[in-house]
Design a protein. Structure first.
Length: 217
């Protein structure tokens, strides 16, 4: 019991440090961020901080890995939504649009891009994670809907990229061009619904009208 309590306390402290470090890195950038500032924000001594993370570079790497996984979780969970193709695709589209509209998401992408020369492996991880977590969620959902007969798609990866791509300009690209806090003029729900309607026009299989099911000639 005592060992479990110590381990739980250690994990909580690690989480608190990562949360503080993410805020400092996003606000100050890697070069300007100081370990002393991170320690102060996390409420620990500098010695304790270094006991958990031996260098600022290692802390940065872990912060990025941890943040990418946590921030994309709502998009992954959206695949579990129920309903018809329109409802499930809209759930995914809205989760993705919301994720890409968050200032923290944009700041993370911006920070990783600016530090690519210093942390090429970290930048590559972010790209792979984005492909696997975000694109993978879209691909999984599209494959599910193909199996139910609600979509006709030959290349789920291409179709998933098209759906998410329709959302990128109004969300992520807007933020990168106009600032992390910039938000679309239209509600995200409308933007997501329009993207889904366009997608269904291309790939959707309309349900038979009442009385048409089972009719043969």
């Amino acid at each position: 019991m005592l060992i479990d309590a110590v381990l739980n306390r250690s994990e909580r402290k690690k989480t608190e440090i990562l949360t503080a470090a993410r805020g400092v890195f996003l606000r100050e950038g890697y070069a300007a961020a100081g370990m002393e500032v991170v320690a102060r924000m996390a409420g620990v001594s500098t010695a304790t901080l270094y006991a958990y993370f031996p260098s600022k570079a290692k802390l940065f790497e872990i912060v990025v890995h941890d943040a990418v996984g946590r921030m994309a979780e709502p998009v992954r969970e959206s695949v579990q939504a129920t309903g018809d193709a329109r409802a499930r695709l809209t759930s995914l589209a809205l989760a993705y649009a919301t994720f890409m509209s968050q200032p923290a998401t944009r700041a993370m992408f911006r920070m990783v891009a600016s530090e690519r020369r210093r942390f090429e492996t970290v930048a590559d991880h972010v790209l792979r994670a984005a492909h696997q977590d975000l694109g993978g969620a879209a691909i999984k959902l599209i494959r599910d809907l193909v199996e139910t007969g609600e979509l006709t798609v030959d290349q789920p990866a291409w179709a998933g990229g098209q759906l998410l791509g329709m959302l990128d300009h109004a969300t992520l690209v807007l933020g990168l061009a106009a600032g992390d806090e910039a938000q679309p003029a239209r509600p995200l729900g409308e933007i997501s619904a329009d993207a889904v309607e366009t997608f269904l026009t291309r790939y959707g299989n309309p349900k038979p009208s009442p009385g048409e099911e089972g009719v043969s000639f």
